[in-house]
Design a protein around this ligand. Structure first.
Ligand SMILES: [Fe+2]
Length: 282
């Protein structure tokens, strides 16, 4: 199994391309967006395309660990290039859609997950040629969060981060520090210690170099926020206090309205221009 990671500096996000022989999937593709110039670009997508071309891969699917609130998903853009590709997400996407479709006043928006090709549930085993992916529901950051286990390698999305950073935040609507504790402590930490973990984000705390690879054993022993010995009360208190100090993600509004639609950008209007909807209060 080969793993290529692509790092988006703007949102500190990792995209992963996993392939075995010619069978490939992508986890959490990024569609690059520069808000200072309101400009979409395709660096991440182009790197995926180049790898698919070089290695003669068949790209079966884009798996979303969750609806991201800090960057646009590149899944729909990839599907436009590879029409047989399936965009997959947890069946709990419906809960996220029901929360955010009214916030953006999206008209005629079915909150049934039908914008995605494949809805999976906890413990589902997905087969893409030579690749088998086990879906482990890891809610807490959002209710639809899923980690993916492929062989002995875990892609943890925004549940578990590098040990010196800890975990994802839990203050988005329907987020829950209690749920995240159970997801990590009772699900991910029950995997063998030698399980390799690739994280969804890294912020290089304390100025250390950006990193994305650790192990379950290292997180259990050293995680700054949630060790195997941490109690639920300790974690919930820490996480809640930490979340109170965090600012909203910079691309929150743009990301949510696109990502609940599998990364599909708003249609062009009659003048040929696309627009995001940004709600504000008076
Ligand atoms: Fe996230």
């Amino acid at each position: 199994m080969n793993i290529r990671s692509i790092f988006d500096k703007y949102s500190n996000t990792f995209t992963y391309i996993i392939h075995n022989k010619t069978d490939a999937i992508v986890i959490d593709p990024v569609l690059n967006f520069d808000p200072d110039h309101s400009q979409i670009s395709y660096e991440c997508i182009e790197e995926i395309n180049a790898l698919v071309f070089e290695e003669k891969l068949k790209l079966h699917a884009c798996l979303e660990t969750h609806v991201h609130a800090d960057h646009l998903s590149g899944s729909y853009s990839l599907k436009e290039k590879y029409p047989s590709l399936k965009i997959a997400i947890s069946e709990n996407i419906t809960q996220v859609q029901k929360t955010f479709a009214p916030k953006f006043n999206l008209q005629n928006f079915p909150c049934d997950g039908s914008q995605f090709d494949l809805l999976f549930k906890n413990d589902d085993l997905l087969t893409f040629g030579e690749l088998q992916v086990k879906c482990l529901a890891t809610p807490g950051h959002t209710p639809a969060c899923t980690s993916f286990l492929i062989d002995q390698t875990l892609f943890s999305g925004d549940a578990l981060f590098m040990p010196d950073f800890g975990t994802g935040r839990c203050d988005f609507p329907q987020g829950s520090a209690e749920d995240l504790y159970h997801s990590i402590h009772d699900t991910l930490y029950r995997l063998p210690d030698e399980t390799i973990v690739y994280v969804g984000h890294d912020y290089g705390p304390g100025g250390r170099e950006i990193a994305n690879k650790t192990t379950i054993g290292a997180c259990k022993k050293e995680s700054k926020q949630l060790k195997d010995s941490t109690t639920k009360e300790e974690f919930v208190q820490f996480r809640t206090h930490r979340d109170e100090q965090l600012a909203e993600p910079k691309l929150l509004m743009q990301s949510l309205q696109v990502n609940i639609q599998a990364g599909k950008l708003p249609e062009k209007e009659s003048n040929g221009q696309r627009y995001f909807k940004i709600p504000f209060s008076t």
